[in-house]
Design a protein around this ligand. Sequence first.
Ligand SMILES: [Zn+2]
Length: 600
Amino acid sequence: MTTKTYAEVWDLDVFFKGGSSSPELREHLNALTVKLDSFEQTLSTFDVPKNESDADKIASIIEETKQVAENLSQAGAVVGCYLAQDTTDKQANLLQGEIGSLGARFSSSMLVVQQQLSRTEDSVWAALMKDKRLKEFSFVLNEWRDEAKELLSEKEEDMITALGVDGYHGWSQLYDLLVGDVKVRVTVDGEEKEFSVGQASNLSSHSDGSVRKESFEALEQAWTDKEEFFAKTLNHMAGFRLAVYKKRGWDSVLKEPLDMNRMKQETLDAMWGAISAHKAPFVKYLKRKSELVGADAMHWYDLDAPVTESTQKVSYQEGAEFILKQFGKFGPELEKFSRKAFEDEWIEAEDRPNKRPGGFCTGMPLSEQSRIFMTYSGTMSNVATLAHELGHAFHSYALRPVHWMNRQYAMGVAETASTFAEMIVADAAVKEATTADEKLALLEDKIQRSVAFFMNIHARFLFETRFYEERKKGIVSASRLNTLMEEAQREAFGDGLGDVHPHFWASKLHFYISRVPFYNFPYTFGYLFSLSIYAKAIEEGSSFEEKYISLLRDTAIMSVEDLAMKHLGEDITQHAFWEKGIALCVKDVEEFLTLTSSKG
Ligand SMILES: [Zn+2]
């Protein structure tokens, strides 16, 4: 096969010519505003459905919703790309504000639809759900109705939303402000310099142990100095959330996050149960790693320490070809799709100034395309990130034949296709490493992910659950928060830690995101869920791909329990399912222990 040379800069002109000042984009936004006006007009006369004949009206509202949503997503995604490729693009910034306001209006309209539907009488509802135009949306429609039923009256919910702007989300914004204000001084390469929190946190993987320790201690001290501010912020955010739950009659703090992830409590319990039962190999890994970095125990500040230097450089072209080759072994569709993404310039990978950090994949629903953003600097870890984002794009591709209503998947399954694609490439990279050091570095990279999901995220979950229980009884002091965090870390790391990080609760943004409660367990869920799919794929070979695609197609129209039962024949409320994914990670640890047995 002759291979093209792949461009490292994406093509955004196919959507709207001329970047953020594109007249085509202006026209699109004007048309979108008109569509939204008319949608609001439609809803102003939308009453509670009274009988079966209202199916017509509901079906047409769904079509209008889809129209607005897709036009809105397309605009938002394109403008997001403009800003990512050039953070100084002022026009794109203005457009983002405009699209944000349109988005807020759209959300309010959606709430009206939900509330009207929730008031439908049961017998009328049952008849409506049998209508051939509505049947295919019954999962989502039922979910909307159930959700709305568990809320307070429209008036009360409106008041909560209004008060939440200052009384809830405001605390979350205050957190960002407080963190932005924290500066620490650390000596790097013999020179003392000032660092922001983000910069100082990046020193956690510095090759010099004293830099790692010093930056960690400086940060701990900074959190200690301001612990009362962070404790107050956290307590008030949690207090607001708990007060709302109490008014709605919800007794478990996990109700909302579980509903959002379409997951049962039993599933969550089984997942953590299986993880807790298999900590021993990871504790062994931590011990070996502490020996490799020359420490007496595994201290928090050495968790990210490099054990070896990975020096291998891979050009973008080589990286792309490596990905395509490995994807091809899994299945023809994934390979064909990804080749097209490279050839059609869907990927922005060039290393140049003014790009925002990190990587993402975004969908353009009107064009049935995706765009991937990252900065490629030639490491194997970049190659894995590229594969990860291609996995997200493949998920959207698999969902192409599915109606917009049935594409809104939750966070837990969102990382399934991406982690799966990343695993294919990360695994192959370890196998094909040319030097022992390279192999070790890549293997450690994989194990680090398991430690993050099974230990670090577990600690966050344990801490958050316990904190919320205590918060129900009153304000939890900063020193008590430190104790809760220390206990959670010791437990989650299987007593494998030396020095812990008691102020982690102050340092981690995820505890302060008001819009998503318990921003932790869905990560672990997505990781292990995709590992189990990966284990199945290895077992079944390339014939598995068809099943995989049909699983992806169903990710937004059933609970995670039903999804796993239908496509994998697995009961995920049981430990046994989760243990299969964990077993793959344990294998990596065993290989690591063997490779390093002489070095310890
Ligand atoms: Zn991802």
